[in-house]
Structure formats: C-alpha cells, structure tokens
Design a protein around this ligand. Structure first.
Ligand SMILES: *Cc1c(COP(=O)(O)O)cnc(C)c1O
Length: 523
C-alpha cells in the first residue's frame, strides 16, 4: 500500500517551511547541559558524560490510529520517525525508509502479525539477517549518513558495536560498503549460536571487521562504551579524520525505528476489526539490553493504547529480579542459555526508563548508574517503581523454553525460536498469575533457523545426526512448512573472512580498534 497521509493539523500556509512539527531536542540521561538535534544525537551515539540521549519532550502521534490502519508499514514508519527526528526533512526520511524496507525483506510488508490461539505473534524476522535487529539496522545507516551530511560531518564514521549475536550481523549487513563508514563488531566467541557466528565471520565488505572476544556480551559492551568515551582515543581518531558512532540500541537512531512496529501491530488489529479504537493491547517482549521493550514504552508515551508491557527474560533474570524487588544487582553468574541474544546482565536501556520514571531526574539516574558500575547494584525508591507499574516481568529457564517450543508446535504447528518461546512462556505465566486477558501481542524476535540446535532439541529430533548430514534447516522446514530462508542457505557456500580473536578487556579490544584504523599502537 502506498497511501500517503496528509497531516492536516500541520498545514501552515505561507510560512515557507514544510516542517512545522515542534522540534524535539535530545539530552543526556545524566546531565542537563547539552541539548542537541536528533541528527546530532544519531551521529554521536551516546553522550560524553556516559549517559544516553533522551528526547527533551515526548511528541505525540499526529495522525489518528484509525487512519494509520489504512496505511502500509512505510507510511507508519514515516509518521513515527517524523515526530522524533524533527530536523530531518520529509524527503530525507521517506528516502531512508524506502531504501531500508525494500526487497531485502522476504514478505510484502517487512513485518507480519500472525494470529495465534492465545496471543498474536509479531514476526520481526523477515529481514536479511532473520532477527528483529534488521528492523532498525536496515534504516540506521541511511539515517546516519543523512545526519552526517546535514551536519557537515566530513570525517569517516567508525561504528563500534558490541553484539550478543544478532546486532553485529544486522549492523554489518547495513553498513557493508557504505561509503565513508567503517564498522567493527565484537562478539562473545563462545556465546553465540553456530549460525550467528557463521553469519558474522563470512561478512563481506572491505569496511567491515569482526572480532571474537574471550568474554561475554557485558564485557564487550562495557569496553566499547569505555573506548568510545576515552579522550586519548578520540584525539587519535580526530587526528586521522575519523569519528565514532554506535549501532547499539544506545543510539536513538536504533530506538526510534523500533517504535514503529508497535504502532503498526496495533493498527493491523484495528484494520482487521479485532480491536476498536482506544482498546488496550499488551505486548510481551523477549528482553536483553532493554531496547526493544523501551521502544514499546515510547510507543505508549506517544499515544498508542498499550496496557501492560511484559518483560520476558531467560535465566539471566536480572530484570525480573529488578521489577520484583526494586534492586538491580548484576553481581551474579553470567549464564549461557539457548537464547544467547538475551544473555545480558547489564541492560543499558533501562537507564532511559529510569530517567523518565524518576521525573527526568539526571542526578538520581547518574547515582544509580555509578553505583551499578562501582558496587554492582542499586535500588530505586517506591515513587520510581510506581511510575513503572505498567511493566510486568517474568523469566523462563532453558527447560521451560524448550517445553514451550514443543507445546506451541504440538498445538499450532508453528515453530518458535527460543527467544520468542521465552516471551510466549512468560506471557502464559503472566495470564495464569493475573487473569489479565487483554489482547496480547508476543514479539517474535528471531527465526527458528537461527537457533537450529536448540529448536531441533526442543522438538525431540536427533540433532546430532541431522547436523552430521547437514540437514538441520531442511528438517525445520519439513516440520514448520516454512521454506529455508535465503539467509540460511547462502551461508553454506560463503568463505570465512574474519578469524581474529582477543581478550574481552578494554585494552585488548582498543588495540584491535587501533589496528583496524591504522592508528599508532603506542598510546
Ligand atoms: C537482541 C535480541 C533480543 C533482545 O532485545 P533487546 O532490545 O536487547 O532487549 C531478543 N531476541 C533476539 C532474537 C535478539 O536478537
């Protein structure tokens, strides 16, 4: 569908300016000094004080949801992007959107809302790397290059990315061979699925570099943030004509595109008559770094009628404990699970939620984040917990996740990936505990093909034998009736291009950054 909606309330003839939406500026969660445009926030990635950029004013959707129900994904995307990224022109945004959501996606619309028996599934894995990160990372490179041009940035942009498995590949797919950019990805060598690793180490593009670290995602993310903020590094970069940015969900340019599919899901339910205007919908979101579910809470803030946000974790249940007790405590064993993209103990984007929930209190937010870094924990008071009472939380162990994959397959014939199964399990548990039967959408974050071993195991298949014959994907296809995605079959023939590994420390990783960029190794 190519309907373009007029924003009638914004027509202001005679001003000579087509963008009359009130400007939204961005500031840090940790101080009030700096106020920058959306394009600068996209370009910078994160604030120099260590905080994350947040909008200084929360905009509202300007087109009624009933009207958006007649529009396609790209139009919904435009209507969401335009209220947050106010210094981009309409032409710029529409051009970015058109380049992002094209035939890279294997469905007519880039996302699909599939009806389930108890809840609906919002399939966000039809993009080039078959996980939901594609929803934002097919768009971010275009936003970033547009932002660079808009701000007269002539330095080459270096994207540093920590990945728990999916962001890295999706970011590289988006940035590979994009002129004037380079991208470097750090992934936990022993903490991703076989297919996730294969996807990354076969990445093409002269401007890409992939490093496996001997450490976990938290190590990678912490070191990347530190390298990012290191003054010496910045000087060395500037001298060589580079500038850092981020493709992690700390970048507002990642977050805003993720708000779109919540609005889209709601409008599909409206379009099919399953809900009426104003009806509330709950979302259950498999959660790791808290970016996806935070986008859902922004969707609520801009006017989407959302009831509860159900935060689903695996056995790394630091968020479940936080929402249950008000204490965030990362001092615990980091567990490797069958849902590796959620193996995270320091969920960066919670900082943004806390900032808003504390009444935009930069002082308290800074204190909590400092305590997290120094002592490994912090506790928030009741007023802040109360402001987050629309969040519910739960978790699923690996065993419960496998049972859920098996149950959903037996009952519906659908094969879920382990992350989605965590979301589905936690949702069912939530209903059993609360009796809340509000219509609910479970966010389906990855294709089952991406986590072949865990899925085949859960379905009681002889995984080892299937994989020995290289028949894993075909078996999933036979069971699910879904053809093997091109993203999976093409991997069989691609040569490995990246073999570097290093320790998961700032020092070792910084050395690799310096090598990649041709900076002196001495400093
Ligand atoms: C990244 C990821 C998640 C977690 O999303 P966050 O935004 O980090 O909370 C869940 N599932 C899959 C498949 C992912 O790739």
């Amino acid at each position: 569908m190519l309907i373009k909606l007029a924003v009638s309330s914004c027509a202001q003839p005679g001003t000579g300016s087509e963008r009359v939406t009130m400007e939204v500026l961005y500031k840090s969660t940790r101080s009030d000094d700096e106020r920058i445009t959306a394009s600068m926030a996209v370009l910078k990635g994160m604030s120099q004080d260590g905080g994350l950029y947040v909008p200084t004013r929360i905009p509202r959707l300007e087109v009624p949801l009933t009207e958006l129900a007649r529009a396609g994904y790209r139009e919904v995307a435009y209507q969401v992007l335009r209220i947050f990224l106010t210094d981009f022109t309409e032409e710029e945004l529409r051009s970015c959107i058109d380049k992002a959501y094209d035939s890279k996606f294997d469905t007519e619309e880039p996302v699909v809302l599939r009806r389930g028996d108890r809840a609906d599934f919002l399939e966000l894995y039809h993009g080039p790397t078959i996980a939901f990160k594609d929803m934002a990372l097919t768009l971010l490179p275009h936003l970033l290059t547009t932002a660079a041009a808009r701000n007269g940035e002539d330095r080459e942009i270096v994207i540093l990315t920590a990945t728990s498995g999916d962001t890295g590949k999706a970011a590289m797919a988006g940035f590979a061979d994009v002129p004037r950019t380079r991208i470097m990805v750090f992934y936990p060598k022993n903490g991703v699925s076989a297919l996730q690793e294969k996807q990354m180490v076969t990445q093409r593009g002269e401007n890409t570099r992939v490093i496996g670290i001997y450490g976990n995602f938290d190590d990678a993310q912490t070191a990347v943030k530190e390298i990012f903020l290191d003054k010496k590094m910045q000087q060395a970069l500037a001298d060589k004509g580079y500038r850092f940015s981020s493709a992690n969900s700390i970048n507002i340019g990642r977050l805003v595109p993720q708000i779109v599919y919540y609005v889209y899901a709601y409008t599909r339910l409206l379009a099919s008559g399953e809900i009426r205007e104003g009806d509330k919908v709950n979302f259950a979101v498999p959660t790791g770094n808290f970016g996806n579910i935070l986008a859902a809470s922004y969707a609520k803030k801009i006017g989407l009628p959302i009831g509860m946000l159900i935060c689903a974790s695996n056995s790394n249940k630091v968020l479940y404990d936080f929402f249950s007790t008000g204490t965030y405590d990362r001092r615990r064993e980091f567990l490797l699970t069958t849902s590796p993209s959620m193996d995270i103990l320091v969920s960066s984007n919670l900082e943004r939620l806390l900032y808003h929930a504390s009444g935009d209190d930069t002082e308290r937010t800074s204190r909590w984040m400092e305590a997290l870094q120094k002592d490994g924990e912090y506790s928030v008071p009741d007023d802040v917990m109360d402001a987050m009472s629309d969040f519910a939380a739960g978790y699923a162990t690996d065993e419960e996740t496998a049972q859920e994959i098996s149950r959903v397959f037996k009952e519906t014939g659908c094969v879920l990936d382990p992350h989605t199964a965590v979301g589905s399990y936690v949702y069912r548990k939530y209903v059993a505990q609360t009796g809340d039967h509000t219509r609910t959408v479970v966010v389906s974050t990855a294709s089952p093909y991406k986590f072949e071993s865990a899925v085949l195991d859960a379905l009681g298949e002889d995984t080892a034998a299937l994989q020995k014959q290289d028949r894993g994907p075909e078996r999933i296809s036979e069971l699910s009736g879904v053809p093997v995605p091109a993203a999976v079959s093409e991997l069989r023939h691609l040569p490995v291009r990246h073999t570097i590994t290093c320790e998961g420390t700032q020092k070792a990783m910084e050395k690799e950054v310096r090598r990649f960029l041709g900076l002196s190794l001495e400093d």
